[in-house]
Every structure is written in C-alpha cells, then in structure tokens.
Write a protein of this length. Sequence first.
Lengths: 573, 343
Amino acid sequence: MRLGNCSSAGIVMALSLAFPGPLVLLPGAGGDLGRSGGKIVVALRAEPKTLNPVLAADAPSRDVIRCLTADLIHINRATQRTEPALAKSWSVSRDGKQYTLELRQGLRFSDGSPFSADDVVFSFEVYLDGNIHSPQRDLLVVGGKPLTVRKIDDYTVRFDLEQPYAAAERIFDDIAMLPKHRLENAYREGRFSQEWNLSTPPAEFTGMGPFRLKEYVPGQEIGLERNPYYWKQDQKGNRLPYLDQVLFEFVPSEDAQVIRFESQESDILTRLSAENFSVLEKQEQARRYHLHDLGPGLEYNFLFFNLNDIASKGLPEIAKKQAWFMDERFRQAVSAAIDREGIVRLVYKGRATPLWGNVTPGNRFWVNTKIPHPPRSLDRARELLREAGFRSNRDGALVDARGNAVEFSILASSSNAQRMQIATIIQDDLSHLGMNVHVVSLEFRAVVDRLMNSHDFEACIMGLTSGDADPNSEMNVWLSSGSTHLWHTGETQPATPWEAEIDRLMQQQLITLDAAERKHLYDRVQEILAEEVPVISLVSPNILVGAMDRVGNFEPAILDPYALWNVDQLYVH
Amino acid sequence: MAERYKLWGSLVILGCFHVVILFAGFFAPYSFATQDRAMPFAPPTRLHWVDRSGRFHARPFVYALKADPESPGTYRTDYSRRYPLRAFVDGSPYRIAAVLPSELHLLGVEEPGRIFLLGSDGYGRDQLSRFLYGGQISLVAGILAAVMSVSLGTFIGTLAGFYGGSIDEALMRGTELFLGLPWLYLLFAVRAVLPLHIAEWQVFLLLVAILGLVGCARPARLIRGVALGAKERNFVLAARGFGASDMYLISRHVLPQTGGVVLTQLALLVPTYVLAEVTLTFLGFGVGEPLASWGSLLSALQQYYVLSSYWWMFLPALLLAALFLAYYAAADAIQGRLKSVYF
C-alpha cells in the first residue's frame, strides 16, 4: 500500500484502505507488539512558548504539539515517504493542481467530539489567515498563491493549487488539524492568538494526536496522558499508544541532560553532541541504555564568500577582495585545501560525515552519489591558484596578480562552538596556501544582520538543515531570488549563467510530477553546485540519540523529531 | 625579617615569571599555532630516565604516542623509539619582544616525537607553548591596564582630594558613572559594530583601554583619601604659607605620599585585570584564533566533557593561581612596609 510520491505524471489513482472503522492498521509496522502502560521521561532543551499548533515556531513547542495532534498526510520519518494519516487516501487531478482527500470516518478528538471535513476546512482557514501570521503559512503558498480548500462532503476535502507542485502531498505533514468546535468562536472573535497558550487549562485542549495534555508545571515539566480516542492500532488490533504517560522535563543544558540520563532520570536523549556521546559510550553496558549513531542527518555546514552587489554599500575593502571570491578557481582551491577528515575527527570526534555537496548521504533518495569527492590536496589548490593568477611572494604569503596579499576574515556565530572550531581548522589549512585568515566570532543575530542586511562580511561559516528530504524545501537557498540564497541575497536576476541554469532546473523540478525526472533535474543541480562551489560544503554532523533499554520500539530516524516520531508505538518493558 | 623575605621572595618569583613570558618564544618548544591533527587532547608527555630494558640515561627522553585504535580518543605509548630531550634547538621562528627574530628554543625533541609538557588541546597544539605565548597577551594586557587605571586614578584622585569642593564632586561622580555602566552589554554592542578588519593589536589595545578606563574609579577613590589627608599635614601647610603654588605642593608633597597606595593598587589590579581579560575572552571578546591568551586556554574548560576527560587542560588555571598568589603576596608585603614607614 504505497501511496505517497506521485510516481507518474497524470492521474494517480489512490487505493483506499477498506477499513470501515476508526481504528487503523499500522502500515508496514516495523515495530514489535508492545505492552500497554508505562511512562517515559524526555528532556526538552527549553520550555515551549505555546501549545497552539498554528503559532508555534520554536522546536520545544513543536515537539510537544506533535504528540498532541495529527495531520492529514504524514511523512514517515523512517522511510522518508508519505503515508496516509487522518486522510485515508487521496487522488490528484491530471494537471496536478487538484488534490482530493478522503478522510477516515468515525474518528474522534481526544474529548470525544467527532472529526470531519469541517474541522479540516476550519484548520486551513486559520493557517492561511494572513492576520494570524502562522509560521507554516508560507509552506501552503504554491506559485505565489495560497492553496484553496473546499468541503465536498463530510469526509471529502478538495485542495486547489495555483500550479502543479511536485510531491504536494508532503505539504500536509505536520499541519495539525484543529477542533472547530473548540476554537471557532475564538477565531471569529479575533482572539485566536491568545488561545491554547501555556496558561490554558489542560481540559480545553483537544487534538487528534496519541496523547492529550494532562498538566503543565511552569518551569518544570509538561505531562501528557494517553488519548483514549486515538485512531491507530497495532497489527493485533490493540489500540495505540502503548504508553500511559509521556513527561517532558525542561532541562536547559545538554550537560545536565546527559547527567540526568546517566542517572536514569530520563529515558530518551535526542541530538547529543559527539563529546557527550563518547562520554556516555563508556558506560553503555553497565547502565543499561543504548546509544545510536544514525549517520548524517539533513544538516549541512558550509563556508561561503560574499558575492553580493556591494557597490552602493561603501565597503571598498570587501569590494576589492570580491575579485578573488568571484573567481571560481579561488573557491575551488579553498575547497581543495580544507581538511574535511580533520574536521570530522577533531570537531565531531569522528561522528560526522564529510560533504562535497549540499545533499547529505542521509537523504537516501535525493543524494547525487556521482559527484566527485576529491581528497584534500594542497597541490591541486596551489595549481588552481596559479591558474587564477595568484603567486607566493618572498615571505611565503599568497598575493594576487596585482600584488595584494590574500587576507580575509571568516565569520562564525559565537553560540555554536563547532563552527568556531571548524573556522580555526580552516584558518590553519589556508595558512598552508599562504592565505592570512582571521576568525571573527559574533553573536548569532549580529552575524545574520551582516549576512542579510549590511553585507559587511567576507566569508562565513553557516549551517542549514533542510526541513524535509524533498528538494522543494531547499528552493529558498538555491533559487537566485531565494531568501536564504546566502552568498548573494537580493538578486533581481541571476548573476551568473550557472545560477540561471540552477534557477531553471529548480523551477522545473518544482512542477514535475515524475519522481525519476525530478531526481535527474536535482542531480544536475548538485553537479553544478559541486563544480562552481558558491558554497563550500564541509560536514554533516551525525544524528546521535540514546534511550534506556526499557524503552521498546525505539526506532530513531534522521528526520526531526528524531526519537519521538513514533511515540505512539513506544512502550516500556 | 619575615616581611622582607615575603617582599623579595614574591618579587623574585614574579620577576622569573615575567622574564620567562617575555622570552616565551625561547622557552616554548613550539609555536602557539602549530597544529598536530593526529594528537588532539594528548596527555602530558612523560619524561623518562630509565628505558624499558632498565638502562639509565643521563639525558632524559620521551616516547611517542600513537592513537589507540581500540578506544578512540586515547593514546598508547610507542616504546619502539626513544626521543632524547635536546637543548637549544632550532624550531619555529618567533620574535623577541616583537622585534628581534630568532629560531632558538630551549627544549625540543626530534620530529616526529613531541614534547607536550602540559598536554595538547583539541587541535593538537602544545598547551605549554600556548600558555607562555598567552601570557604575553594576557599579562601585558593586565599590566598595561593596571598602569593606565592607576595613573588615571592617581590623576583624578589627587586633584579631587587636593582641591575638594565642586571639583571633587564632579570628578568623583564622573568616575562613579563609569563604574555604574553595564559594561558587558556595552562591550557586546561595541563588538558588533566594530569593522571586521580590526587588527589583533587594535583589539588588544581596545581591551586594555576599556579595562583601564572602567577600573580607574577604585584607585581614584583611594588616592583621593590619601590626598585629603596629605594636604592637611604640617609641612604642606607650612609650604603653602611660604607661597608655594598648587602644582608645587601636589608634585613635591602630596604625590610622594600616594606612592605606597599606588604600588599596592598596581600589585592588586594586575591579577584582577588578567582575570577580566580571561572573562572577556570567555565571552568572545578576546584576541582571535590562532593567537593564544590565557582566556582562550581556560575557555575550553567551559564544557563538561573537557573537565571530565582531559584533566591536563586545567593546569594553566593552576599556574595562573600561583601567579596571582605571588602578586597578592607582593601587594601584602608592600602594604606591610607602608605601615611601618608612614603611620
């Protein structure tokens, strides 16, 4: 029953599950059959700011909200493909602009009220409302226009898109369905932004997720209890979730989380740093927990240079240096000189993956395995620099054709220790080429201001994480007009022929419905990026998680939320 | 007698410390920036006099360390080859007092041996070398800032104490304003608007200037107290009666009496400002990589895993503590001598 990615252009006829009732078989359940009951404790890095699914932007809020709500179509974090959730099936029109979703029948919210198409229409009305300013609104805008929602009958909803959109069903992931009967009044009266914040009594919350809110102790913890009306069951027909309770505790520092985990006061640790992983590794057997190194996630760290138009900004020093930065041989030389293996070993203790492109090996379907991975070569770097007109002067420093010594600064955010360390290593690497590199650390928002507004920077080390494995989530980075086109923001038109080519390819793959064709297009984008290196990809840290042995069905994935994506299947031995 | 030993003893220790740091390039086996990526977080190299077969060697030697393949992050000693310690070796170039180039180092071992007497940091850089070079930055910053603070404080305090009245009010309230500024946030703001091309020595001087300016309030207050008392002394009143000008009175009679306080303050403020530099570097305001300063050495200790797994990273802190003790002992001894002479 592989619904999910449209596999051929034109009509995809969806098969619908012939299950009459509200309870649903777990599709392709990789997990064991668990025992009912028990409680797990999970540490959150910060306190959630709200429990309103429409307004939540920060990670802790979203982590909790995911346990309380459900979406129409869900991306299975393990397979990275879509699967039916509240919608049991869907079909796409021939032109790819119309999606018709069939909802499961007989489902109920956690307070017992029935779920129907009215709730879906209401939910999207709220998400798309410009006055509410939902962070997820942009995800629902395709081709410049938000999608439109229409109720066909009590269990059928139709979505219309402005233009065909590849893998559009992925848009629905994590768009939580709201209860119309609870929130409509507040919304009509303009009070929606105050609803479902942290001071709302637990009884007023209701959702379609595996758990419902039990209690909130400010500054300490959020407790969730089982949702008796949850609509999933395991293969044996037992209603999910297995767990009675999930407790989220607020533990602000990673070191404190590690200590609590070691002393068995919490059950699950997500996103460890490599150092803490090695500290915990030593005691793995004795203390009865299990650590997992899942390999690279979707995060990619990179070095890039300032290629912005700064003629009007009054930055003559940087403008002079742009003559070097704009030469792709200079960038290729820098890339050739960087010791990626050293970075993996020293900064991440071996628990990272070197990258030569923006798509990590963790993104199994989309990564272009054919782009070259040349080993570090100072000779190759020097050769490229020679071709570009650089040479060494008497003191061993690198100078350009006009005799200016190559000297520039790399910006890194002071709050991220790893990026600072990467900058230090790169500084040392480039000193072997005769480049005089300074490392400048600034507070994160000051860095962003320089990148986006003042353009007063020379080089920068940054990391981005794709929201989804699908390349559509990367449009903003690679489109020349994109908002995170970091090395050259604010382009009105592509500055170079290869940027124009990337624009064309990305726009094309956006509307191509055939997966193989899209892969071909995106592979070509990765080739161009590897050749022209507007960003020099460095490493992707591995996803490191841990859980107590008593937690069953722990199947962490490299997509966020790494450990709790299958919280409805977790159980306790 | 004991007082005299305390004073001269602490001055000798301080003197040795400062000479070693002045000639850091000579005493350090390596440069502060040389990375050995195969040896991150290597424990301190042990000196041996007796080899595996039991033979005694007059010249101490070291063994190389190899990464242990079974437990990553730890090292095994490689007993296959001895590396005798050599004196007065040629090594990485440096400049004495930033002027005279030289390549002579006190100690060294033949490549590929390594002599990490205080262990190595996360990039495989020798901690001892970085401590010595770091001292050049941190200690000089501390001393310069202390001198600046005390000079400024003496100037302000003498004027305020001598003239009194509205001048006194204006000066004292002015310095208190400085004390009251939230200087940490000011620094964040200043750092964010500074151009990226600011040279290392300019960052250094800025640091010194900020420390010196902000910290002049306390010495100013103390000197003012001395000046207040001094101007009432008989010989001062007599000189005034003879028609001495204000300048004469200040320079000939009042300032000399502040001498003791000035010296004590200097001795106390140097460690304070060194610590302030450490704190600022912790927060990202110090000199940039790869330059070492005591602040950057200690900031590695902020993380739990460093403290728990790599104990030698803590040694610079112990050396600093010893240095500060020497300074405080000197300050104490000077204070003691003051009492016996003046009061």
